[in-house]
Design a protein around this ligand. Sequence first.
Ligand SMILES: [Ca+2]
Ligand SMILES: [Ca+2]
Length: 93
Amino acid sequence: MSSGPRSPKLPVGSPSGSGGSADRPALRGDANGDGRRDVSDAIALLECLFLGHACPAESCGIDVNSDAKGDVSDAISLLGFLFLRGAAPDPCP
Ligand SMILES: [Ca+2]
Ligand SMILES: [Ca+2]
């Protein structure tokens, strides 16, 4: 209880062959795996990072800014893309 606020960082691996389901390619930033990017993905990312909810199965679902880490900057990047005309996330490998 005394851990206080942190900025958790999740290591993001990129196992070879990752890339979504057989019928749908992975989409960078699609944290909830529904095949599109919207505000619910930013919420899913924050829930994963701070509330211990399930994290995206695909590494590029969480690593929106392609820095090989999953942290709060990914949610910020996604929100910037969605609402502030920020840079589009890179394609998944
Ligand atoms: Ca989504
Ligand atoms: Ca990242």
